[in-house]
Every structure is written in structure tokens, then in C-alpha cells.
Design a protein around this ligand. Structure first.
Ligand code: FSO
Ligand code: SF4
Length: 551
């Protein structure tokens, strides 16, 4: 049994340094241990995959296990120790096949590190191994190397999540997979200097842009371009299923399978933007969005009355009062909750169990009424481009403020609601991700018909915000994206925000304010690199920051 852990991958790391007894997120030392072992094992798989790419070996299985394993260890995705152990076993089996294929090609496999050679078959031996590698990041001597390695690992975790959503829609970018493997293998390489690791971090940002572009293409080709939409936040009188997380393929199949059953479908948190896609508007039983950002779920799910499906994070350990109504699918998991199996190739997932469950439940209790507006992804904003450009030229819009990212439970995040509220009325907020729940129900008005909060969608739709910025740069004939009247005040929580940040840095965006606190995994020197080269800064008080960002 583990009795210690170390994790500092998210913004809520205990004391701003790291969780050591139990995660603030609810992760136990046992789960933390097997997650760390899974990452350790994937580093070994990746090392062989890099060699396999050079030797021309088929890497489909390696790509898949690396993607799934990385995604599974993201904050608030999977708390099920047995599922994580299963993934370790899959990774070891894939590694074995790779070893055989590489040996057959005569590739030298001597002197590999332990991560690429350790092996166990039994759960007990895997748990024992987890105990021995669990806190290994503490043992890496140079704190800057440790910091950069973790920054890279968290970046590729976010990348893996987006790659998997695209993969589920049949879109693959082989170079993205290869980069995940190169990056993970790079974290095992003691010959890489801090400078080399900085370069690898920035290269990760390039693939961050690529994977978000891939997912954007996958989503819009499958479901159409998001369009301005009003979303009901009240409830109907039929029982409902609440679907959370980010996977649009899952909601597509759930909507199709619930049609005509008398069960309504509601979105939760990051699934809200599903309402913006034309393909889903045809369903009358797709009623609205229920609740707020992820961390409010323990209160809100009690009132929903029906079953809740998690397609990804952010899952909070469920209370006994509604745990029997929680279902997971994909890389999400929690011990004791029903997991809906993956689709077999060419087939669909089977949501009949959750639908039958919903039929026996009461309709949701109303917690809010009214509507919220969203759907301002790149194509919709381009359709309004003339209006937007005109508003900037006439001075009706003084500045855009990108407030994308995540929400979280910390009191300090009240800052973002206050910041949005106090922004001068001639500014427009561009948002994406669950950060918006801090201000998307405030009445911030509009500027000549353009709403003052433009929601592009999920955290990955931050890509849309970057595309919009690049388009404006072209329209205004500017040399540098940083000459645009756009300020960046981004809230981060978990590892998808890390890849979004690295992607923005790759696109040349400077002077991003990152809050509510800077990552615990940044050593002072690594933080300095980000400050000096990219002007990254934290947040201070609302008034000071508004003065700084808006002028
Ligand atoms: Fe939020 Fe959670 Fe989308 Fe994250 S629900 S916090 S950055 O998973 O991915 O924005
Ligand atoms: Fe702590 Fe965040 Fe790690 Fe959870 S994910 S254990 S809250 S640092």
C-alpha cells in the first residue's frame, strides 16, 4: 500500500507546491502511483517507438496506447486503479511486440533504461513497482530539468486528449503521435540539456497547434461550423441524461440513441458548445445546458435527478447520494461506477443502460432559467468580420481580451468574474473552455449588436481564437500578432491548458497573463525563461490588471 505520492500537475496542487498525502482532486496515493507508473511505462514504449519509426515499423498500437494512457492520467479523468493497471499491462504488451519487431530488424536494444525494460504481469507486482517509481520526479536532481520534463509531459497529456477526440472522428495526424513519443522519450534522455528541453517544449507547442487544428477540422467536418446559438439553461419535464466532458462523437451517438425514448439530453460544463453545432440542432430532446463549471457538480448532480455521463474530465469523486447515477466512458473512470465500453471498429457505443436508467428517474430540478449565447468560433466570427473590423476602426471596440481556459474551485478565481464585470464597456471578451462560467451569465451587454462575451467553445476551441487573431492581423495588415488590440488573461487548471498555452507561444503570442497562480511545476529558472522570452506574467488585483491590459 502506498502512503505517499507527489503530484503537481494542476493549478490546485496542495499549498501551491504539490499534493503529497491525497490529491486536492481526490486522487488517492494508490491511483497516483499507478498513474505515475503508466507514464513511466509509456516513456519506455515511446523510446522504442522512436526507434521503430526509424526502422519503418508499424506503430499504430504504440500510438494508440501512448495517446490513451496519457489522456487517462489527466487531472480529474480517471480514478479507477484497476483500469489504470490494465493500461499499464496493455502498454507492456505493446512494448513487447515492438521489441520483437525491432530485434527482427537487427536494431540494438542493449543499454535501455529501466522504463523501457521493466516487466510484470501480476497486479501485485505492478503495484509494488508503482510504489518504487511513484515519487521519482522528486529524485531528479536538477530542478530545472525536472521542471522542463514535467512541462513537456503535461503538454503532451493535453495533446493526447485532443488527438483522441479527433481519432474518434477518424482523423489522425501521424506527426502528432510521433511528437508525443519523441517528447516522452526525450524526458528519459539524460544527455539533453536544459536548453534542449526548452527547444523540445517549444516544439511541443507547434504540435499543439497542429492537434487543435486537426480536432477543429474533425469536429466541423462532422458536425458543421459552430454558429451563434441561444442555449436554454432551464429544464423540461421529462427525465434527462446529463452529458459532460469534451467528446463530440459520444454526444452524437447519445443523441441518436435517445431520440424517441422520452429521455431528454442536457449538456454539462465543457459539453455546452455541442449546442453550437448545426448537426445537433435537429434534436427536439436536446433541451439545454444544466449547471456550471465542473467543480460545482457535487451540488448540481444531486438536483439533476437523472444519470450523468462523463466522456472525459472533469470528474469530481461522486457523493454517495448520486454515485449510482454516474457513468463513465472513454478514458474517464471511477471505481464502482458503470463504465460504457468503447465502440468496436465501425460500430457505435451502446448507451442503452444509461437510457433505461434515465427512464426510471424524475425530471431535473430547475436550478436556473434563461438562456446563454455562444457559438463564436472562427467561421461565425469571419461571417461577422465586417462588423467587427468596423467596430475596431471606429473605436467602438477598444480592445479584445482573451479570457479562455479553465475554471476551478479556488476562491481566488472570483477575480475572473470581477475582472469581466469591471472591464470597460468598449471591450469584448473572447473565451473558450470552462473558464467562461465565471462570467457567461452576467449581463455584460453588447457593442452595436456584438455580444461582449464571445464564446468560441471548448478549451480546444482556443484554436479558433488564435485563427481569429491571425485573420485580424491580416485584415489590419500588421507585421506582428502582438500589435493587435488583444490582451490575454488566461485561467488555467489542468494539462489541456498547458498545451493551449504552449500552442499560443508557438504562434508568437506574447505578454500572456496566467492565473490564478503560476504552475507549481515551473522552477524559478524555467519561469524566468517564459517571462524573459514571452513576457508571461501572473495576475495581481483586478484594477491594476485592467489598467495594465486595457490602458
Ligand atoms: Fe475545463 Fe476540466 Fe476543458 Fe479542462 S472541464 S478544466 S482545461 O478539463 O479541459 O476546460
Ligand atoms: Fe493534486 Fe492536481 Fe495532482 Fe490532483 S491533479 S493530485 S489536485 S496536483
Amino acid at each position: 500500500m502506498s502512503n505517499n505520492m507527489f503530484c503537481f500537475q494542476c493549478q490546485e496542487a496542495a499549498k501551491g507546491t504539490g499534493c503529497t498525502i491525497k490529491g486536492v482532486c481526490g486522487k488517492t496515493p494508490e491511483v497516483a502511483g499507478v498513474q505515475d507508473l503508466l507514464i513511466y511505462t509509456l516513456k519506455g514504449v515511446s523510446l522504442l517507438a522512436v526507434k521503430g519509426a526509424e526502422a519503418g515499423i508499424n506503430l499504430d498500437k504504440a500510438h494508440k496506447v501512448v495517446m490513451e494512457g496519457l489522456f487517462m492520467t489527466i487531472t480529474n479523468a480517471n480514478f479507477d486503479e484497476a483500469k489504470i493497471i490494465d493500461k499499464v499491462k496493455t502498454a507492456l504488451a505493446v512494448r513487447k511486440e515492438l521489441e520483437e519487431a525491432l530485434s527482427a530488424k537487427g536494431v540494438d536494444l542493449t543499454n535501455l533504461p529501466d522504463a523501457a525494460v521493466w516487466y510484470s504481469e501480476s497486479d501485485a507486482a505492478i503495484k509494488a513497482k508503482a510504489d518504487s517509481v511513484g515519487v521519482s520526479i522528486l529524485a531528479t536532481e536538477n530542478e530545472d530539468v525536472r521542471s522542463l520534463r514535467e512541462l513537456i509531459i503535461y503538454g503532451v497529456k493535453g495533446m493526447a486528449a485532443y488527438a483522441e477526440h479527433a481519432y474518434n472522428l477518424g482523423k489522425i495526424n501521424e506527426d502528432v503521435f510521433k511528437h508525443m513519443e519523441k517528447a516522452l522519450a526525450g524526458t528519459l534522455d539524460d544527455t539533453l540539456s536544459a536548453d534542449d528541453l526548452v527547444a523540445l517544449t517549444l516544439e511541443t507547442g507547434k504540435y499543439g497547434v497542429d492537434v487543435m487544428a486537426l480536432l477543429d477540422a474533425a469536429n466541423t467536418e462532422a458536425y458543421g461550423n459552430p454558429e451563434i446559438s441561444e442555449v436554454n439553461i432551464g429544464v423540461g419535464d421529462k427525465p434527462g441524461i446529463l452529458i459532460s466532458g469534451h467528446d463530440l462523437k459520444d454526444i452524437e451517438e447519445l443523441l441518436a440513441q435517445t431520440e424517441g425514448t422520452g429521455v431528454d439530453v442536457y449538456t454539462h460544463s465543457e459539453m455546452l458548445p455541442a449546442h453550437y453545432y448545426p448537426a445537433f440542432k435537429k434534436y427536439d430532446h436536446f433541451v439545454g445546458n444544466y449547471g456550471n463549471a465542473w467543480w460545482k457538480q457535487t451540488e448540481e448532480f444531486e438536483k439533476f435527478n437523472g444519470p450523468v455521463l462523463f466522456t472525459t474530465n472533469c470528474l469530481v469523486p461522486p457523493k454517495a447520494s448520486y454515485k449510482d447515477r454516474v457513468y463513465t466512458t472513454g478514458q474517464a473512470g471511477f471505481d464502482g461506477v458503470t463504465h460504457i465500453a468503447d465502440r468496436v471498429e465501425g460500430g457505435t457505443k451502446d448507451f442503452s443502460a444509461i437510457i433505461e436508467h434515465a427512464k426510471k428517474c424524475a425530471a431535473p430540478t430547475e436550478i436556473e432559467t434563461g438562456k446563454i449565447v455562444g457559438g463564436f468560433a472562427h467561421a461565425q466570427v469571419f461571417a461577422l468580420a465586417d462588423k467587427v473590423v468596423e467596430a475596431v476602426k471606429t473605436g467602438a471596440v477598444r480592445k479584445f481580451v482573451v479570457m479562455a481556459g479553465c475554471d476551478g474551485r479556488m476562491k481566488s478565481r472570483d477575480y475572473y468574474a470581477e475582472f469581466a464585470d469591471k472591464l470597460p464597456k468598449d471591450t469584448i471578451i473572447l473565451t473558450a473552455g470552462c473558464a467562461k462560467y465565471r462570467y457567461n451569465k452576467l449581463d455584460l451587454g453588447d457593442i452595436g449588436g456584438i455580444p461582449r462575451v464571445l464564446d468560441a467553445g471548448q478549451c480546444n476551441d482556443s484554436y479558433s481564437l488564435a485563427v481569429i487573431a491571425l485573420k485580424l492581423k491580416e485584415v489590419f495588415e500588421l507585421e506582428d500578432i502582438n500589435d493587435l488590440p488583444i490582451a490575454y488573461n488566461i485561467a488555467w487548471y489542468e494539462q489541456k491548458a498547458v498545451i493551449v498555452l504552449l500552442a499560443l507561444l508557438h504562434l508568437g503570442v506574447k505578454n500572456i497573463h496566467l492565473g490564478p497562480t503560476l504552475p507549481a511545476f515551473l522552477s524559478p529558472n524555467v519561469a524566468n525563461v517564459l517571462v524573459e522570452n514571452f513576457g508571461i506574467g501572473g495576475i495581481t488585483s483586478v484594477d491594476e490588471d485592467i489598467a495594465k491590459m486595457i490602458g
